[in-house]
Structures are given as structure tokens and as C-alpha cells.
Write a new protein. Structure first.
Length: 297
């Protein structure tokens, strides 16, 4: 099997490439069909997914049977001031990969986000719920989803949220840095969602990709919390002597309107390949215990 991983330098891309290389994740063995797979991992320096012709040339004749699209413009604030870039990467990039996958008969896994929802509810969103993004980032990602549906017949759209991994920047590393440097952190307590360990997400993406259970999936850490709750557990599990204080969104203004409630329900996982996503607390504790020396201490 030949696999193309885009966005390979990001948190999820790095984790998927690592799992494919060693044949198992923190949750266990990956499907046997991926053992000894030939994996091509690329980022923007090797392939600009927003360039339709470049994508077509890259996949033509390469024999890929699976494309895992982990590439995205995820800086939510920057998306507001660079909307063209956000839509080029998150929407047109997804379209280009979808068309290329369809042309060569490959499966496509496209990673999306909880930001496609308005975030004004109080119960977890199902895969069937109406999308109504309130930010440029969410709108660009939703259009990317629509393009995948329009141009590829063998797709998995996997929505996730509050992602953290061993590579790159994320909320966990930021809180640990601030807590160690300042001995205190202030975090919003009125936005709720699902922290997600990239190791768990990578495992489930590969479980799905080994099947023909095409469609839209929600894949996040099990259970919900606020950013404040999340930060408190980060500091606790890392053993950092710091104080975490709650604040409201109004007290911590940003240029982006963020979903107040974006918890996702995993109905499609439960009904198909099974939901093995760990409780977010367990996945976080494992992550912190496995962090390389110097980041945790």
C-alpha cells in the first residue's frame, strides 16, 4: 500500500507518520493492511495543496491508495485577517486533494474541526447537526468539507477539537510554559469542548481508513470540560507549582468569536469501527508522562 500524508510537519501529521512507521499507537496495533506501507510525508515545502496543478502532478502515476490530509491553516486569529489564505489552504486545498483522490481511485481522509458549528448549544453536536460557523477559520473548513463531498466518492471527514500532540505548539505546552515561568495562568472558564490527544486521533483515523465506512465522523477525547478545567489538570498532572485562575470570555477578548460550546458526540464511531477514544483526563496524563525531558519538568 502507498500512502500520502499531507501536513506532515504538524501535530497530527507527525503522529500519523510515526504510528505508520512503528505499526502501533498508544491504543494498540493499527490495522494489518498498513504494515509495511510505503508512506510519503509532505508539507508545504514539498507540496502546496492549494496549487491544483501541483497536486495533480504529484499524485499522477504515484500509485497512492490512501491520502491523509492533515494540512490546514489553523491559526484562528490569523484566518480573520488573512481570509484568502485560509480559504486557499482549508477549502481549495481540500478540493484539490479530493479531485486528485477521485482521479486515481484513492481513499481520502480529511481532518476538520468543531469550529464548523456555531457553538451556541448545550448538548454535544452529532454528525448530522446543522453547521453554522462563526469564524473565518470555521467557514473555510466547512467549505473544505463540502468540496470533499462534492469531488470525492471515497471520503472520511473526521472532525476533531482542542488537539495536542508531541510535536509543535499546543495549549498543553503553552500552559506548562506560562505556569513554570510566571507561577500563574488565567484561562477562560465559559468555553467548553473536548481535549483530544493526537495519538488517539491517529489511531482512529487509521481504523477508519482500513474500511469502506465512508462518511462524516466526530473523533475527540471522551468527556468535556472548559479550557480552565483543562489547564488545571495540565498543571496538576505535570506537578507544576502554579495557580490557575478562571475568567470569562469577555475578560479575555480576542478578534475571533469562538464557540462557547463545541462538544462533539461520536455516534458514527460507535456505529461503525468502535469508539476507543480515551477519557480526556487519561489521555492527557499519558501525554504528560510521555513528554520528553525538559518540557514537563
Amino acid at each position: 500500500m502507498k500512502i500520502l500524508v499531507t501536513g506532515a510537519n504538524g501535530q497530527l501529521g507527525k503522529e500519523i507518520s510515526r504510528v505508520l512507521a512503528c505499526g502501533k499507537s498508544e491504543l494498540g496495533d493499527i490495522p494489518a493492511c498498513f504494515l509495511n506501507a510505503q508512506v510519503t510525508s509532505v508539507d508545504i515545502d514539498e507540496l502546496d495543496i492549494a496549487d491544483e496543478q501541483a497536486v495533480a502532478r504529484f499524485v499522477d502515476g504515484a500509485g497512492y491508495s490512501l491520502i491523509l490530509n492533515c494540512a490546514a491553516y489553523t491559526n484562528v486569529e490569523a484566518c480573520e485577517s488573512n481570509r484568502d489564505t485560509a480559504f486557499r489552504v482549508n477549502a481549495l486545498g481540500a478540493r484539490n486533494l479530493a479531485m486528485a483522490a477521485q482521479q486515481i481511485g484513492a481513499k481520502l481522509v480529511h481532518v476538520s474541526t468543531d469550529y464548523v458549528f456555531a457553538g451556541d448549544g448545550n448538548t454535544p453536536y452529532g454528525e448530522w447537526d446543522v453547521c453554522a460557523p462563526v469564524s473565518a477559520y470555521g467557514k473555510s473548513k466547512l467549505l473544505g468539507e463540502q468540496y470533499v463531498r462534492d469531488f470525492c466518492s471515497r471520503y472520511f471527514i473526521v472532525r476533531t477539537s482542542w488537539l495536542y500532540g508531541y510535536e509543535g505548539r499546543n495549549f498543553v505546552k503553552t500552559i506548562l510554559r506560562v505556569a513554570k515561568e510566571k507561577g500563574a495562568a488565567t484561562v477562560v472558564n465559559d468555553q467548553r469542548g473536548n481535549p483530544t490527544n493526537a495519538a488517539d486521533l491517529a489511531h482512529h483515523i487509521l481504523k477508519l481508513a482500513a474500511t469502506q465506512e465512508y462518511g462524516v465522523y466526530h473523533c475527540t477525547g471522551s468527556g468535556e470540560c472548559s479550557w480552565y478545567d483543562f489547564a488545571c489538570k495540565i498543571v496538576e498532572y505535570a506537578g507544576v507549582n502554579a495557580t490557575v485562575s478562571p475568567c470569562t470570555t469577555e475578560e479575555y477578548p480576542t478578534v475571533v468569536k469562538r464557540p462557547a460550546y463545541s462538544s462533539l458526540d461520536h455516534m458514527m464511531l460507535r456505529c461503525t469501527v468502535g469508539d476507543e477514544m480515551r477519557p480526556w483526563q487519561d489521555a492527557l496524563k499519558c501525554y504528560i508522562n510521555n513528554m520528553e525531558g525538559g518540557e514537563k519538568a
